[in-house]
Write a protein that binds this ligand. Structure first.
Ligand SMILES: [Fe+2]
Ligand SMILES: [Fe+2]
Length: 277
């Protein structure tokens, strides 16, 4: 199975780049299943139902969220009606929606997608992601119930993300980090067959401070005092993420490539992307 994962879509610039480029990526790279993290797509904070529909129409087969899952209040109801959107497994006991689901890829192949929040340096104390993921992976065995499994580990610390990678090694096809908005250069296949990258990076304008126009965050760093609001940077976005090929029989990864397309970062991917028509 050919799986594409794109990291946190940041504001209008990120949404526009997804709408323009995701369909071309899916066609050029023959993607079977695309997962997009949408937790910052609406003005940098959460995801409105309209913007969720935009990501799905652009070709996301599943949209994951994160600590910003319900910053847009309409998502509280919308997530109950739209099974292609997932919130973190360990967000809160009574949160609406689900943290994992099994989806059907072309040919009837089944893919599990799950998301968990980390605990290190996060603003709120979330439940243990390891036990939450363990429960899901035990009941969705690779090469058994599902042909592939993707885990989005949404947290700050690369150490915790690598911990989740090794914890899931051999039990998930892909473990990919989100939340920091900066891609790490460690894409690899772990010893037991799980493709891993500590952070996918964002789909946003990298002339920014993690996707926000730099002026206000820089002012707060320098003076320690807020003056205005954070607003998403509006320059051309780089779509950032991970491309993974898996063996349908075992569910293990056989190829992994970092993905960066458009905007300011050097391009990367499984093959050059043809220019827009
Ligand atoms: Fe984010
Ligand atoms: Fe986040």
């Amino acid at each position: 199975m050919r799986i594409l994962f794109l990291g946190d879509v940041m504001g209008r610039a990120g949404r526009a780049a997804v709408a323009e480029t995701l369909p071309r990526m899916k066609a050029a790279w023959k993607i079977d299943f695309a997962v997009v993290n949408g937790e910052n797509a609406s003005n940098g904070a959460g995801l409105t139902p309209d913007h969720a529909k935009g990501l799905l129409e652009a070709g996301a087969d599943c949209v994951t969220l994160g600590d910003h899952a319900f910053d847009q209040k309409d998502m509280l109801q919308f997530i109950e009606r739209e099974p292609r959107i997932l919130r973190p497994l360990n967000y809160a006991k009574d949160a609406p929606g689900k943290g994992h689901r099994v989806y059907t890829a072309p040919g009837g192949r089944k893919i599990l997608v799950a998301q968990a929040l980390g605990q290190v340096f996060m603003k709120r104390p979330f439940d243990d992601p390891f036990s939450a993921l363990d429960t899901v992976l035990r009941t969705h065995t690779l090469g058994g119930l599902v042909q592939a499994a993707l885990v989005d580990i949404h947290c700050e610390a690369t150490s915790e993300k690598m911990g989740v990678g090794h914890f899931c090694d051999g039990r998930a096809s892909v473990v990919v980090g989100t939340h920091t908005h900066i891609p790490t250069a460690d894409a690899q296949i772990l010893p037991r067959g799980t493709a891993f990258q500590a952070d996918a990076g964002m789909c946003g304008d990298y002339n920014s401070i993690i996707g926000m126009d730099p002026a206000e965050p820089l002012r707060r760093f320098v003076t320690g005092m807020p003056k205005g609001r954070f607003t998403p940077a509006m320059g051309a976005a780089t779509l950032s993420g991970l491309y993974v090929e898996t063996d349908d029989r075992t569910g293990k990864a056989v190829r992994v490539e970092m993905v960066r397309q458009g905007g300011r970062l050097a391009p990367a991917g499984p093959a050059p992307l043809p220019d827009a028509p």
